[in-house]
Design a protein around this ligand. Structure first.
Ligand code: XAN
Length: 479
């Protein structure tokens, strides 16, 4: 596996072959023998569905759309082989970069003891620069290798290493929201806690300023205001973070209603008399502090009441569904169909390291399985299809992180955030022909395209992710 760092001098590009992307929640569009032209800024300038996979024909139609100043020899052509397809990059709407070394390490814990036993000690240790560099370099490379072109990252409370994570995303060419984690209550140990609300805000501002310096246009990396979750933030800190969000218009990410003991704790720590909230629900607490808006990403949302889901829909806040973590640390089964039916926008989160896998494809697969458990619990309509989980992994995720105008599908005007997927093709002698001997997906040739995609969702992994681009730049290539 090799990850290519971002190239500085991007060329115009022509991609030719099969393209698959979500049209809507329950529909994938299959474009075969098509071509997509991407300009030097990484923007899709033209899509041709009529070229029958003929590069010359595609070039004749599409090159003029590049406008002035291009010449034929300068356009880089990438043709997907028979059976391969381009797919939009995955969007991980909730991942703790700082917890990556702990993937798979959670024993039999549940949220609150998991935080104390495994999570806070590791996160605190990343204040050591060399360790932070090692961990963050690895997590960015690893997620890119799984086709994650955009991630909403939690770092730690340490400003220097949070800034380093932003630097590394930019250098590797990964689109990212990077949040310095705010937490000032005794829920976390003294060695890993903000000294005061004022210090927490000052540190957050320092990280925001750094990210604004390294990527002023927020072309790739942007800051995200990150109250860890209500129990780790005091009332004055929650108020100050709400004010900061109003002042900066930045996105917000936090956790909500993941675990029943956590919900009871929120009720205890945030009585209505102290917050002025409309009621004593978890959602009303965020709302009372101006932290529930269309720019808010709420991870988990497992145990919401009817009224809370309605309030989330009303405010236009978004939900990051984290089926891997919700299963691993036994938080519960989020009712995604119920949220979608209420008009709540949902995406997928790996939630490393509550979740044991950094792969959004794995999150998609687990979203399908968890929805079947919800269905077996009595809600037959809860089952999510392959088309639906892939929508959540791409277009849904794009909306969750506020980038739906830029990424998530292959339309003119969007940026080329894409992955080239190759599945193992079984030959006459039973051997795999596609240089993919070690892959997990075997295609025999008689499957429909819908069946191939289903096999990818249920059996695929990073071995199928041959190339990955962000804003037109090749950021990962599997050798
Ligand atoms: O899954 C989770 N991971 C975390 O790090 C965390 N912190 C608060 N609540 C959390 N939930």
């Amino acid at each position: 596996m090799a990850t290519t760092t971002a190239q500085n001098n991007l060329k115009n590009q022509l991609f030719v072959g099969s393209f698959i992307h979500s049209k809507k929640l329950n529909q994938l569009e299959y474009l075969h023998g098509a071509s997509v032209c991407v300009d030097k800024n990484g923007k899709i300038v033209a899509v041709d569905t009529q070229c029958a996979g003929d590069v010359k024909k595609a070039a004749a139609t599409l090159y003029p759309t590049l406008g002035e100043g291009w010449s034929e020899g300068e356009v880089v052509v990438q043709v997907a082989k028979e059976g391969q397809f381009f797919f939009p990059g995955f969007i991980d709407t909730h991942i703790h970069a700082s917890q990556y070394p702990n993937v798979g390490i959670f024993g039999s814990s549940t949220l609150l003891d998991w935080l104390n036993t495994y999570t806070f000690p590791l996160e605190a240790s990343l204040a050591e620069p060399a360790k932070a560099r090692k961990v963050y370099t690895r997590v960015v490379r690893k997620t890119l290798s799984h086709g994650t072109t955009c991630a909403a990252y939690y770092a730690t409370k340490d400003v220097a290493s949070t800034n380093l994570l932003a630097d590394l995303c930019l250098a590797a060419g990964q689109r990212a929201l990077v949040g310095r984690v705010c937490m000032d209550t005794p829920l976390s140990p003294e060695y890993y806690r903000d000294e005061s609300p004022a210090q927490s805000i000052a540190a957050t501002r320092a990280s925001i300023a750094h990210i604004a310096r390294i990527d002023p246009a927020m072309a790739l990396v942007r800051p995200v205001i990150t109250p860890r979750f209500a129990p780790s933030c005091s009332i004055p800190l929650m108020q100050a973070l709400g004010a900061l969000a109003a002042e900066t218009d930045l996105p917000i990410q936090t956790h909500i209603s993941e675990n029943k003991n956590e919900i009871a704790l929120v009720r205890e720590l945030f009585p209505v008399a102290a917050t002025g909230a409309a009621d004593d629900s978890y959602t009303a607490v965020y709302d009372a502090f101006g932290l529930l808006s269309s720019r808010t990403i709420l991870a988990h949302a497992v145990h919401l009441s009817e009224a809370e889901a309605d309030l989330i829909a009303l405010r236009g806040a978004k939900v990051s569904h984290c089926p891997c973590s919700n299963s691993a640390i036994t938080s519960g089964a989020a009712r995604v169909r119920w949220l979608l039916d209420k008009g709540v926008c949902c995406g997928l989160g790996t939630d490393v390291s509550g979740g044991y896998s950094p792969s959004v494809l794995e999150a998609a697969r687990l979203a399908a399985l968890v929805s079947r458990h919800v269905a077996m619990g009595g809600d037959e309509a809860a089952k999510l299809t392959v088309e639906e989980v892939l929508f959540l992994a791409t277009r849904g995720g794009a909306e969750v992180v506020g980038l739906e105008d830029k990424v998530g599908g292959f339309e003119v005007g969007k940026e080329w955030d894409a992955q080239l997927i190759g599945l193992g093709s079984v030959g006459e002698d039973g051997a795999v022909e596609d240089g993919d001997e070690d892959g997990n997906v075997d295609v025999f040739g008689w499957e429909s395209w819908e069946e191939r995609v289903a096999k990818w969702v249920y059996n695929g992994d990073d071995r199928n992710t041959r190339k990955v681009w962000v804003r037109g730049r090749l950021v990962h290539e599997r050798k």
